[in-house]
Design a binder for this molecule. Structure first.
Ligand code: BTN
Length: 277
């Protein structure tokens, strides 16, 4: 594994490339950033199999809450529902180590998707939408995927890892495996986007929303109001199989309520939805 850099390394600039478009670094991410928890410690790797694995190691070793593991490139990135996550260079792939209360676990879904929406809008002006439960879409295509892995024993959360992958500077057309479903910020804008600016905005926003949660605030209404899925006819795949119907509402526990074609209301706790025609 290529050795990591932590904040404190001297330079975030390489090869004369402008810092905001070149490789990331821990010091450039944390420089003069006003945050309390998320992003206090950033560990950067040029290459990792998956930031989830490294973050889990850090969590088990008891590293401080809010530690961020970020990689320029992942060779075995993973997604929800045992899918692989395609993560070439030019994108953002990071995982955040958290030690939340059990009651706050569902809110991590809301926190992460809202933080991505807000930071994308701040940095690029692009307004995304959330596909239940926490994909971020731009013009109907996926620009960000979020994976949350937790270790909960006897009603106690040992740790939660929030993994975020954003398609930033990438041409989906160059990658047949994602071409039809993926969006990228550079494609939408017609020019490259500062990954450094976006990572910094994302961590600042996650930190702000995490403090809101810790203070007893709710992210539910804003998450619900940004769900692209509600009111649409969808096919939901979950542990209970495949169900089709109109997505009627989403609850505070992040479940989705589906009105099936025979009029029944079913609750999907976790899974994935696609639009059905
Ligand atoms: C999904 O949409 O299925 C979730 C994708 C999550 C991808 C991110 S990239 C950073 C972190 N490391 C991983 O291996 N996965 C998550």
């Amino acid at each position: 594994m290529t050795p990591p850099s932590r904040q404190g390394d001297r330079s975030g600039r390489r090869d004369g490339m402008p810092e905001n478009l070149g490789p990331l670094s821990a010091p450039s991410i944390t420089r003069a950033i006003a945050i309390s928890i998320i992003g206090r410690t950033v560990i950067y790797y040029p290459v990792l199999t998956s930031t989830m694995d490294e973050a889990r190691k850090q969590a088990r070793a008891g590293l401080p809450e809010g530690t961020v593991v970020i990689a320029e490139k992942q060779t075995a990135g993973r997604g929800r529902l045992k899918r692989t996550w395609f993560a070439p260079e030019g994108n953002i792939a990071l995982s955040v180590v958290l030690y939340p209360r059990l009651a706050d676990l569902p809110s991590l879904i809301m926190l992460s998707s809202l933080a991505v929406l807000h930071s994308i809008q701040t940095v690029t002006g692009i307004r995304g939408r959330i596909k239940w439960p926490n994909d971020v879409l731009v013009n109907g295509k996926k620009v960000c995927g979020i994976l949350i892995e937790t270790d909960v024993r006897r009603q106690k959360v040992n740790y939660a890892i929030v993994g975020i992958g954003i398609n930033v500077n990438l041409s989906p057309a160059d990658f047949p495996e994602i071409e039809s479903s993926a969006a990228s910020l550079s494609k939408e804008l017609g020019k490259d986007v500062s990954r450094l600016g976006l990572v910094r905005a994302l961590l600042a926003e996650m930190d702000r929303l995490y403090l809101t949660l810790k203070a007893g605030g709710s992210l539910y209404e804003e998450w619900r109001d940004n769900l692209d899925t509600l009111g649409k006819h969808v096919r939901a795949t979950s542990v209970d199989g495949v169900q089709e119907g109109i997505a009627e509402s989403a609850d505070r526990d992040c479940s989705l309520c589906l009105r099936t074609t025979d009029g029944k209301l079913v609750r999907i706790m976790s899974g994935d939805v696609t639009l059905s025609l």
